[in-house]
Design a protein around this ligand. Structure first.
Ligand SMILES: Nc1ncnc2c1ncn2[C@@H]1O[C@H](COP(=O)(O)OP(=O)(O)O)[C@@H](O)[C@H]1O
Ligand SMILES: [Mg+2]
Length: 381
């Protein structure tokens, strides 16, 4: 036994040289296999490793002048061990290839509409593939969410078009009937003519308001509301809105009042847009409040934000309706009993959009004898 250091070094050199030559050939083969399947490449890598070790061992044994019988035993051992190694490598390669194929199928299905919930394949055999599978799952979830939003938006748009065409048709039919009556001279006495003209004016006002609302809403939906913000006094805007709504409230016998709690400082507001928010809230409150009821507008500072609240005596909004009042074309009870007054269910959706464009929020709660719509706005820093 007992080899000298020099002999050991020589032996290692012979083994390394032989293994190196085989390894280099293996590297060349691998280069030629670029683009081949994972299974083939893993098999090639393992085969070159096994061959390198085997050839190295045989070369060293040969250099040691071991007997021919021992040499052939060693050859048998190397071949057997190498064979097992290659079989294992091919099995692993196949597993990886199968997992990659399944991931590919999954990725393709994600792109196809209507089959978002492809069950994930069994746990991928490598960490990289597992991460890829997770990424795919996350992408699928995001895609499905945006498809859901798109479907909801589409349904809302269809519903809006249905409502609006109905709303446009009714006043148009009235206008047409009246103009025909006037044309044919059926209505000729001055009193009837005056009454007809009054109706014509009201109906065309309603149509104009509806078209205006639609235009505003489409700007909001398109994210195209351009606010020209200027420092404005919330108190002034509120008192202007109350003054404008007062005649309508008085005619209906609704008491309309305002209250100021710690006057907020001047806020960056787009005056015409914000006046529209207040007008929509006040119109609704007065319309929904029975005669003898009260509508109260309050403004001030609350929890570090400016606020305007419109409280009415409508008797409360049904719990089911509360989360839907800001939906486009939602009209609560009147949806089932179309009334002459009121708009196309767009007022609150518009108000909500305008307030959001001011970085504020618009909420509603049932309190006291009715409900209370509150606009919160950030205070200038
Ligand atoms: N102040 C309020 N009190 C009670 N219900 C309200 C009030 N404001 C709005 N609503 C309900 O919300 C619905 C939507 O309001 P809005 O978007 O302004 O449309 P519209 O006024 O055309 O009906 C109304 O039809 C009504 O049912
Ligand atoms: Mg309204």
């Amino acid at each position: 036994m007992g080899k000298s250091v020099a002999e050991s070094i020589e032996l290692a050199g012979v083994a390394a040289l032989a293994a190196g030559v085989v390894g280099a050939c293996g590297a060349l083969v691998l280069l030629g296999l670029r683009g081949a399947s994972v299974g083939t490449q893993v098999a090639a890598v393992t085969l070159s490793a096994v061959l390198a070790v085997g050839v190295g061992a045989l070369a060293a044994a040969y250099a040691m002048f071991i007997s021919a019988a021992d040499l052939s035993s060693l050859a048998v051992i190397v071949v057997a061990a190498g064979w097992v190694g290659v079989v294992c490598a091919v099995a692993l390669g196949r597993q990886v290839a199968r997992a990659s194929r399944l991931l590919g199928v999954r990725a393709r299905r994600i792109g196809e509409e209507g089959s978002p919930d492809v069950p994930p394949p069994e746990r991928p055999p490598t960490r990289e593939l597992a991460q890829l599978a997770e990424e795919l799952d996350a992408t699928a979830a995001r895609l499905e969410e945006s498809r859901r939003r798109e479907r909801a938006l589409d349904a809302a748009r269809r519903e809006l078009v249905a409502w609006v065409s109905h709303d446009l048709r009714t006043p148009l039919a009235g206008i047409r009937a009246i103009t025909e009556a006037l044309e044919d001279g059926i209505a000729s006495d001055p009193q009837t003519v005056t009454r007809y003209l009054g109706t014509l004016r009201r109906e065309s006002d309603r149509l104009a308001a509806l078209v205006d609302d639609l235009f505003e809403l489409s700007r909001i939906h398109a994210g195209a509301v351009e606010l020209s913000l200027e420092a404005a006094s919330l108190a002034d805007l509120v008192s202007d809105a109350i003054a404008a709504a007062d005649p309508v409230a008085a005619a209906k016998g609704v008491r309309l009042g305002g209250r100021l709690r710690d006057a907020p400082p001047a806020l960056p507001l787009s005056t015409p847009e914000f006046a529209r928010v207040l007008r929509n809230l006040l119109d609704n409150a007065i319309r929904e409040t029975p005669p003898d009821g009260a509508v109260c507008v309050e403004a001030g500072i609350e929890d570090g934000r400016a606020f305007v609240a419109v409280a009415d005596s409508c008797g409360g909004i049904p719990d089911d309706d509360l989360p839907r009042v800001f939906d486009t074309a939602f009209r609560g009870r009147r949806a089932r009993t179309p009334a002459a007054e009121g708009g196309g269910g767009l007022g609150l959706a518009i108000a909500h959009g305008i307030v959001a464009a001011h970085h504020g929020d618009l909420t509603v709660t049932n309190t006291g004898p009715g409900c209370r719509f509150t606009v919160h706005l950030p205070l200038p820093s």
